[in-house]
Write a protein that binds this ligand. Structure first.
Ligand code: FAD
Length: 596
């Protein structure tokens, strides 16, 4: 028989669900599927099993095979690890959805809130090999046939959201769109932690939870968390999307997977000579659109009139009133045209959800990250674990494509934290472990993470090559992270470490430790610390305070060689407070604790 179309209505609906290309379409077909199969999606703990039993369709089975394989990992304890937990996830971006999947596999009840009605972002995300593997193993190819075809190592944000949304729904995650999180409501005698929502009458407003995952993207963090900015050199990113008609000619045009200036001087010089466009790097990916992301130099933006007036302050420089949009469109167009060798002759801008040409300029000069990844709040004896994932935990630099890679790492780490929480691990230990993992996140690269992707799970040991879950001690997180009723934040764990450092370096010239950042800048404090415990390892009198890089280099290499503790930063980099705390804690343990 030539006709391969399914005759069973639920099979046809499943096909529509799988192929759906918008968030609302996905939800509509899913609701219809549940109606046809008489399944209650709110029955989250049995939903997936019942769906499998009721939908005896070969195409669906291919999806079940993938998901069953993931669900069979020991870490989930057969979906019992978090069977008592109720998790609210803020944000249906890729990281919120990816975390929701893991929490659901752990057996938790999971509710996701998303303020937007639709997934609309055309911009394209670079994928590290482990993320490609991960998404494929969730059945991505069934939902989006083009995924991972050929050398594809990227996907548009909205396509990734669609894939993850479909997986979430199949696993029994409740995903609400068009509802905005406005804050937490503290528990009463009868009720637990709840969320204030807009609209306030939304059914999810009645949901009581003991885990709150904030995946709101950007710089959004819930109360109790702080962001800090690491100011670097001025970096101006431009993204542009052009219509992809998928013609034979367009298919031929090779992608540009991250050309940096240092690797192709001639290309950038020619670009400058011919167009006055001066770039640090450029990436071109083909997906639903032709997507370009580039880092542009200030001078060339001024010369081409994109930026009207020069200011030293990046905020003023890139303020909307100081940008000429027509000149920006032309700049992006010309860069795209030149870098594809004129092979994309009919470059027509795709439109963004506001109906405007999809070109944007972003300031990456000051990269933000949250000071802590998690905390526990307690009111009326009811504890709430709050954790950050994705961009709101650590802002990615798009041209290098760290968003999804580090975002998913943090999703897995957070799921591991929730697992410990659900399995009754003491909450201070839960948070100390989460912070220990967080210390590694900003340093993760494809090189220093495990290549054994099939073994990846939420267990951090399967992914990080060097992980010490006790790098941050419980006493260091005791007060800063636990916000209990009527108690203020103090820093007893940090103070104890600070006092130890001060006592150990008392009397050394030019060493005056007052904090975990500036006091360590010259490298003398670190050298003095080593000298105090192991005088034979360092000739302290030979050091010059002004020679910062040398002093730090020396200290790092002695500590690495003699104590086996690898450096957490480069000798010339800015000192990151929490990394320094981890480093010093390790040193303190090595010189004061008896050998294991
Ligand atoms: P996001 O994807 O930002 O998702 C957060 C979600 O939370 C959003 O859907 C938002 O609507 C929702 N939300 C926020 N606040 C609330 C609230 N109060 N209530 C309910 N829902 C809420 N990365 C690249 O690598 N290349 C790019 O070109 C690129 N372009 C981007 C363009 C834009 C406009 C944005 C916002 C991000 C872009 N990124 C890009 C970053 C990339 O999208 C993220 O790294 C990636 O999507 C993972 O982010 P996330 O899931 O943490 O957050």
């Amino acid at each position: 028989m030539a006709n391969k179309e399914p005759v069973n209505p639920s099979h046809a609906t499943f096909d529509l669900f799988v192929q759906a290309k918008t968030c609302q379409e996905v939800k509509k077909h899913f609701t219809e599927l549940c109606r046809q199969l008489q399944l209650d999606p709110k029955d989250y703990s049995n939903f997936y099993t019942k769906l499998k039993e009721s939908l005896n369709y070969w195409k669906a089975k291919a999806v079940w095979t993938k998901l069953d394989k993931r669900a069979s990992q020991d870490v989930y304890e057969q979906g019992k690890a978090c069977a008592q937990n109720k998790c609210l996830v803020l944000g249906a971006g890729p990281c919120g959805l990816r975390t929701a999947i893991e929490l659901s596999l752990l057996g938790a009840q999971v509710v996701v809130l998303e303020k937007r009605e639709e997934f609309t972002r055309n911009n394209v995300l670079h994928l590290w090999p482990f993320t490609i593997y991960d998404i494929r193993e969730l059945g991505a190819k069934k939902f989006y046939g083009k995924f991972c075809s050929g050398s594809l190592d990227h996907i548009s944000i909205r396509q990734l959201q669609l894939i993850l949304l479909k997986v979430c729904l199949i696993l029994g995650v409740e995903v609400h769109t068009g509802v905005e999180y406005k804050g937490l409501i503290e528990p009463s005698v009868e009720k637990g932690w709840m969320a204030k929502l807009e609209p306030p009458s939304h059914p999810a407003a009645a949901f009581q939870f003991d885990v709150f995952i904030s995946a709101g993207g950007g710089r959004f963090v819930p109360e109790g968390f702080k962001h800090k900015g690491l100011r670097g050199q001025l970096a101006i990113g431009i993204t542009a999307n052009f219509v992809n008609r998928n013609t034979a000619a367009e298919i031929q045009v090779p992608e540009i997977s991250g050309v940096a200036r240092i690797y192709n001087q001639k290309f950038f010089q020619d670009l400058l000579n011919e167009t006055d466009i001066d770039l640090e790097n450029i990436v071109y990916y083909k997906d639903d659109t032709h997507y370009f992301v580039m880092t542009a130099k200030r001078k060339s933006l001024l010369k081409r009139g994109v930026i009207k007036q020069d200011y030293s302050d990046a905020d003023q420089l890139l303020a909307p009133a100081n940008v000429d949009h027509a000149a920006l469109y032309l700049y992006a167009h010309d860069a795209a045209y030149f870098s594809t060798g004129g092979q994309l002759p009919d470059l027509q801008f795709a439109l963004n959800p506001a109906g405007q040409r999809d070109v944007a300029m972003f300031d990456f000069t000051c990269m933000h990250r949250a000071e802590h990844a998690s905390l526990v709040r307690e009111r009326r004896g009811k504890k709430l674990l709050i954790a950050l994932v994705g961009d709101c935990l650590m802002e990615p630099f798009w041209p290098l494509g760290t968003g999804i890679a580090r975002g998913f790492m943090a999703s897995f780490d957070t799921a591991w934290t929730v697992r410990s929480w659900g399995m009754g691990v003491q909450h201070m230990t839960v948070i100390a472990e989460r912070e220990s993992m967080y210390q590694l996140l900003s340093q993760t690269t494809t090189e220093n993470t495990s290549k054994k992707y099939p073994l990846y799970s939420i267990d951090p040991k399967t992914r990080y090559q060097r992980i010490n879950l006790s790098a941050i001690h419980t006493r260091q997180v005791k007060k800063p992270f636990i916000k209990a009723e009527g108690k203020s934040d103090t820093m007893s764990g940090f103070n104890e470490l600070l006092r130890w450092c001060q006592n150990s370096t008392r009397g050394y010239d030019n060493v005056n430790i007052k904090d975990f950042s500036q006091s360590w800048k010259s490298g003398l404090a670190l050298c003095a610390l080593i000298h105090h415990f192991k005088p034979h390892l360092i000739d302290i009198s030979s050091l010059d305070e002004a020679n910062r890089v040398h002093n730090n280099q020396l200290a790092f290499s002695v500590i690495n060689k003699e104590l086996g503790i690898p450096p957490v930063m480069s000798p010339s980099s800015q000192i990151d407070k929490l990394s320094m705390v981890v480093y010093l804690t390790q040193i303190k343990d090595a010189v004061t604790l008896p050998p294991k």
